[in-house]
Design a protein around this ligand. Structure first.
Ligand code: FEO
Length: 397
């Protein structure tokens, strides 16, 4: 059993999934497992904040029951109705139909879609509060961070923020606290989580963090719904969110390519030599053997992105598509890019790559470089020049 009291009357009652390798179906790779964090506040009234995935409901209900009988809970707070946090909802309601369900306005609708039934939902918006006795829960609307229903709960007496998905990481640990874990792993998981889940909402994040700070609610602990609790310098992760959302990035380049007969690969390596001679750090990824979620994380960190691939079937290489679709969907802020690749007779590949980049908001800063069939010595020199030119754009932008 894993059960920990964070503060008097505030308990973590979540579930870890140590061996999990993918999230959202197979859309998001995870390297260190994950957790579904739920928090129980025991006061004159008892509130349970969020739940866990349906398949972990039994373990979760046991965790809660070891602290209080399910029948004693007064409020089921649903900060976000995505099934990884609401999967035990019907089991909770069956065990205690007397409890009040609390959610945002959109949350009420989403809950009814996932879990049809005759229950009522007490709707909360920014500034609304529930008195539990000595402790209070206040709410802050965070619509589209990252779903229409997302809402934060905040306990002013303990200065604890329960922001659901925001500020989380996919990370399973025997410790509850980020400050007790390997900092390299924790921060890499935090930025990977941001890059792959929250990047599309970057503008919204900046607005919402500003609004929250403006409320003046002091925060000593941030308890997200995945991964570790931020206890030491908890606002560091909040400031990091603003930095990542603002598009601040290193003067560095991510190069992604795939290749059929090594022609585009040779081009990629020569381009990297050009980046190197200009002193611009780079990461080189073969699309066929890399993890696209990890590559998106590196793109978030870097100013420039170069994508290369040969033309195949009058189109681009299919192995590049998950990368390009992710770039298009995530809509990174403030990136520059360019494309390159070999072709035999029709040569559409580079143009198709550029279309994807443009549709993802990447500014194309130089004409794509195409080489017929196989790059010769002079072509590779030109690739190096291409890399040098791009490096200068990265440094100047
Ligand atoms: Fe962790 Fe949006 O669910």
């Amino acid at each position: 059993m894993i059960m920990t009291q964070l503060r008097p009357g505030v308990h973590w009652v979540g579930v870890r999934e140590w061996a999990k390798k993918f999230f959202h179906g197979h859309e998001l790779s995870i390297a260190h497992g994950t957790s579904y964090n739920s928090y129980l506040i025991v006061d004159e009234k008892i509130a349970l904040i969020d739940s866990v995935k349906n398949e972990h409901a039994e373990e979760f209900l046991q965790n809660v029951s070891r602290i209080v009988p399910l029948s004693k809970i007064d409020y089921f707070i649903v900060n976000h109705g995505e099934p990884d946090h609401s999967g035990a909802f019907t089991r909770l309601l069956a065990a205690n139909p007397r409890a009040k369900v609390v959610a945002s306005k959109n949350g009420a609708q989403i809950l009814k879609r996932h879990y049809p039934g005759a229950y009522d939902v007490q709707v909360m918006k920014t500034g609304d509060q529930l008195s539990l006795g000595k402790k209070t829960l206040k709410f802050f609307d965070t619509q589209m961070l990252h779903w229409p229903d997302s809402i934060f709960a905040y306990c002013p007496e303990e200065k604890i923020l329960f922001p659901n998905d925001a500020f989380g990481q996919h990370y399973a640990s025997s410790s509850l606290y980020a400050d007790e874990c390997d900092q390299c792993e924790v921060w890499q998981e935090a930025i990977k989580y941001f890059a792959n889940i929250l990047t599309p909402y970057s503008a919204r994040i900046i607005v919402k963090v500003g609004e929250f700070v403006g409320l003046g609610w002091p925060v000593e602990m941030i308890c997200p719904s995945h991964g570790l609790i931020w206890r030491k310098d908890p606002l560091t992760i909040v400031n990091k969110y603003v930095e990542w959302a603002s598009g601040k990035a290193q003067a560095a380049v991510v190069v992604i390519y795939d290749t059929i007969w090594h022609g585009t690969e040779k081009m990629a390596r020569s381009i990297c030599r050009g980046l190197e001679t200009e002193g611009v750090p780079f990461r080189l990824f073969n699309a066929g053997t890399s993890d696209f979620n990890d590559v998106m994380t590196e793109i978030l960190k870097a100013r420039g992105v170069l994508v290369g691939g040969p033309t195949l079937n009058n189109n681009l290489m299919p192995t590049l598509v998950p990368y390009l679709e992710s770039i298009r969907g995530l809509r990174f802020v403030n990136k520059i890019g360019a494309a390159f690749g070999t072709y035999g007779w029709s040569g559409e590949g580079v143009g198709r790559i550029e279309e994807f980049l443009v549709s993802g908001g990447v500014k194309i800063v130089q004409v794509g470089y195409r080489v017929s069939y196989a790059p010769g010595e002079e072509d590779l020199k030109q690739c190096e020049v291409f890399g040098q030119q791009f490096a200068r754009q990265v440094k100047e932008s």
